[in-house]
Design a protein. Structure first.
Length: 251
């Protein structure tokens, strides 16, 4: 029984990587860039796998419709548990989550770090065989739901995406949340967006004088609103790092 189960898992693994190789070999023989390789793997994982029966669409094989609402759709996350090829389902979820986290990280520093660390820990446990394939699927679904909840929290706060990013930079330390409360942090976040946006220039990240000026603006706003002094330095660093992500759109 155990040998048969291991054989099935091995077959799925071999089939999956055979399919990757097959997909990547569909080139003219020239070396592909990392971006091209990533796109090829993404196309493969979201579309098809190689199995005994040939090329099988992972959604069709489970009787699923392609998700219209993306990875964070409750219906999609629920139905993905029923995918026939569990190893491939895990790879599919991991790939989709990585792409979603990469996208978030370009706009929201704290969410990018938080969810990237969570995904890394889950996959490390899986690759080290600390958790089973079904367990990693459940953990990945849980992570997807937490990402969805983070988006909804931002909406509930009544903040736009830039303000949410600064709010989370300020709220990264729980002591600050306890000291000031959500409402005051929302006010600080909104003021930071307004004032920092006015101050940034195209080259502010490389001009020490321009960066120092914005740092002064951030510190003044934090001090005005009573942000805990012992936490202000770290919060200022996080806010400046967050501003760097958004400065291209602002400058």
């Amino acid at each position: 029984m155990r040998r048969n189960r291991r054989s099935r898992l091995l077959r799925d693994d071999i089939a999956f990587f055979q399919a990757i190789r097959s997909q990547l070999n569909k080139t003219s023989g020239t070396q592909r860039s990392p971006e091209q390789l990533d796109a090829a793997v993404r196309q493969l994982v979201s579309g098809a796998i190689m199995a005994d029966e040939g090329i099988i669409d992972v959604f069709t094989a489970a009787g699923l419709k392609k998700p219209d609402l993306g990875i964070l759709s409750d219906q999609f996350l629920t139905e993905v548990r029923g995918l026939k090829y569990k190893n491939v389902a895990a790879e599919l979820l991991a790939k989709l989550l990585k792409d979603e986290i990469r996208t978030r990280a370009t706009r929201n520093l704290v969410q990018g770090r938080q969810f990237s660390d969570m995904l890394k820990a889950t996959l490390n446990a899986y690759h080290n065989r600390a958790i089973s394939t079904m367990e990693v699927i459940e953990e990945l679904i849980k992570l997807a739901k937490e990402m969805d909840a983070a988006t909804k929290r931002g909406e509930d706060l009544g903040l736009n995406s830039d303000e949410v990013a600064f709010y989370e930079a300020l709220a990264a330390n729980e002591s600050a949340v306890k000291a000031l409360g959500n409402d005051e942090l929302k006010v600080i976040a909104a003021e930071l967006v307004t004032q920092v946006r006015k101050s940034v220039t195209i080259d502010w990240t490389v001009r020490e004088s321009a960066r120092a000026a914005i740092k002064v603006v951030v510190k003044r706003i934090l001090r005005k609103h009573g942000y805990p002094p012992d936490l202000a330095e770290e919060a200022t660093k996080t806010v400046l790092a967050q501003a760097e992500l958004l400065c291209t759109d602002w400058a």
